[in-house]
Design a protein around this ligand. Structure first.
Ligand SMILES: [Zn+2]
Length: 136
Protein backbone atom coordinates (compact mmCIF):
# COMPACT_ATOMS: atom_id res chain seq x y z
CA UNK A 1 0.00 0.00 0.00
CA UNK A 2 1.56 3.29 -1.09
CA UNK A 3 1.46 6.42 1.03
CA UNK A 4 -1.32 7.85 -1.13
CA UNK A 5 -3.47 4.76 -0.67
CA UNK A 6 -2.98 4.56 3.06
CA UNK A 7 -6.43 4.45 4.67
CA UNK A 8 -7.50 7.33 6.89
CA UNK A 9 -6.52 6.73 10.52
CA UNK A 10 -9.35 5.46 12.69
CA UNK A 11 -11.30 8.04 14.66
CA UNK A 12 -9.30 9.62 17.46
CA UNK A 13 -10.91 8.95 20.85
CA UNK A 14 -9.49 12.09 22.46
CA UNK A 15 -6.78 10.19 24.37
CA UNK A 16 -3.08 10.61 23.70
CA UNK A 17 -2.12 12.52 20.59
CA UNK A 18 -4.41 12.93 17.60
CA UNK A 19 -2.63 11.27 14.61
CA UNK A 20 -1.13 13.45 11.88
CA UNK A 21 -3.70 13.81 9.12
CA UNK A 22 -6.62 13.53 11.57
CA UNK A 23 -9.38 16.13 11.55
CA UNK A 24 -10.00 17.65 14.98
CA UNK A 25 -11.90 20.64 16.29
CA UNK A 26 -10.65 23.63 18.25
CA UNK A 27 -12.30 26.81 19.39
CA UNK A 28 -11.51 30.19 17.87
CA UNK A 29 -12.55 33.58 19.23
CA UNK A 30 -14.03 34.69 15.92
CA UNK A 31 -15.79 31.60 14.56
CA UNK A 32 -16.45 29.27 17.48
CA UNK A 33 -15.40 25.67 16.87
CA UNK A 34 -13.63 25.05 13.57
CA UNK A 35 -12.09 21.93 12.02
CA UNK A 36 -8.34 21.59 11.71
CA UNK A 37 -6.17 18.84 10.24
CA UNK A 38 -3.24 17.76 12.40
CA UNK A 39 0.19 18.36 10.84
CA UNK A 40 2.48 17.71 13.82
CA UNK A 41 3.29 18.64 17.38
CA UNK A 42 5.62 20.81 19.37
CA UNK A 43 6.48 21.09 23.04
CA UNK A 44 6.82 24.26 25.06
CA UNK A 45 8.51 24.69 28.40
CA UNK A 46 6.75 24.80 31.75
CA UNK A 47 4.86 27.92 32.83
CA UNK A 48 6.77 28.74 35.98
CA UNK A 49 5.74 25.54 37.73
CA UNK A 50 7.60 22.28 38.05
CA UNK A 51 10.24 22.27 35.26
CA UNK A 52 9.53 18.57 34.76
CA UNK A 53 6.20 19.52 33.16
CA UNK A 54 5.95 20.63 29.56
CA UNK A 55 3.08 21.78 27.44
CA UNK A 56 2.27 19.76 24.34
CA UNK A 57 0.86 21.70 21.41
CA UNK A 58 -0.86 20.30 18.36
CA UNK A 59 0.06 21.94 15.06
CA UNK A 60 -2.73 22.06 12.50
CA UNK A 61 -3.93 23.73 9.35
CA UNK A 62 -7.48 24.90 8.97
CA UNK A 63 -9.22 22.09 7.11
CA UNK A 64 -8.68 22.19 3.32
CA UNK A 65 -6.27 25.13 3.63
CA UNK A 66 -2.56 25.62 4.29
CA UNK A 67 -3.26 28.23 6.99
CA UNK A 68 -1.45 27.02 10.10
CA UNK A 69 -2.63 27.20 13.69
CA UNK A 70 -1.63 25.58 16.93
CA UNK A 71 -3.40 24.75 20.17
CA UNK A 72 -2.52 23.19 23.48
CA UNK A 73 -3.35 19.49 23.36
CA UNK A 74 -6.05 19.97 26.00
CA UNK A 75 -7.90 22.39 23.68
CA UNK A 76 -8.03 19.99 20.74
CA UNK A 77 -11.06 17.68 20.61
CA UNK A 78 -12.25 14.88 18.33
CA UNK A 79 -14.72 15.89 15.64
CA UNK A 80 -18.14 14.97 17.04
CA UNK A 81 -20.22 12.35 15.17
CA UNK A 82 -23.18 14.70 15.00
CA UNK A 83 -21.83 18.07 13.97
CA UNK A 84 -21.99 20.65 16.72
CA UNK A 85 -24.10 23.70 15.98
CA UNK A 86 -20.91 25.74 16.37
CA UNK A 87 -18.98 23.52 13.98
CA UNK A 88 -21.63 23.47 11.33
CA UNK A 89 -23.74 26.55 11.00
CA UNK A 90 -25.56 25.02 8.06
CA UNK A 91 -29.28 25.53 8.49
CA UNK A 92 -31.83 22.99 7.35
CA UNK A 93 -35.25 23.93 6.01
CA UNK A 94 -37.82 22.94 8.62
CA UNK A 95 -40.39 22.32 5.87
CA UNK A 96 -38.53 20.17 3.31
CA UNK A 97 -35.21 19.28 5.02
CA UNK A 98 -33.12 20.90 2.30
CA UNK A 99 -29.78 22.11 3.67
CA UNK A 100 -28.52 25.64 3.29
CA UNK A 101 -26.02 24.67 0.60
CA UNK A 102 -28.71 22.89 -1.43
CA UNK A 103 -31.06 25.87 -1.34
CA UNK A 104 -30.78 29.12 -3.28
CA UNK A 105 -31.63 31.04 -0.11
CA UNK A 106 -32.50 30.16 3.44
CA UNK A 107 -34.46 32.49 5.70
CA UNK A 108 -33.66 31.88 9.34
CA UNK A 109 -36.06 33.00 12.05
CA UNK A 110 -35.73 33.34 15.75
CA UNK A 111 -34.94 30.10 17.63
CA UNK A 112 -33.11 28.95 14.47
CA UNK A 113 -36.14 27.83 12.54
CA UNK A 114 -35.42 28.02 8.83
CA UNK A 115 -37.29 27.99 5.53
CA UNK A 116 -35.81 27.69 2.05
CA UNK A 117 -36.73 29.81 -0.99
CA UNK A 118 -38.64 26.94 -2.64
CA UNK A 119 -40.84 26.50 0.42
CA UNK A 120 -41.43 30.26 0.56
CA UNK A 121 -42.68 30.02 -3.05
CA UNK A 122 -45.04 27.19 -2.09
CA UNK A 123 -46.28 29.27 0.85
CA UNK A 124 -46.81 32.29 -1.38
CA UNK A 125 -48.84 30.21 -3.84
CA UNK A 126 -50.91 28.74 -1.02
CA UNK A 127 -51.51 32.23 0.36
CA UNK A 128 -52.48 33.57 -3.06
CA UNK A 129 -55.02 30.74 -3.45
CA UNK A 130 -56.40 31.44 -0.01
CA UNK A 131 -56.72 35.15 -0.75
CA UNK A 132 -58.55 34.41 -4.03
CA UNK A 133 -61.07 32.27 -2.12
CA UNK A 134 -61.59 34.78 0.66
CA UNK A 135 -60.68 38.31 -0.44
CA UNK A 136 -59.65 40.33 2.56
ZN1 LIG B 1 -37.77 24.03 2.11
Amino acid sequence: VSAQQRPKPPKWDGKGLPPVGMDVIFETASSGFVIGTVTGYHVMGHLGGDPAYHRVCVDMVYKDTTIPNSRLLKDVKPVPDAPLKQVDKLFVCDFCNKTQDEAFHMIVGQRETAICDACVDVCNEALAEKRKEQPA
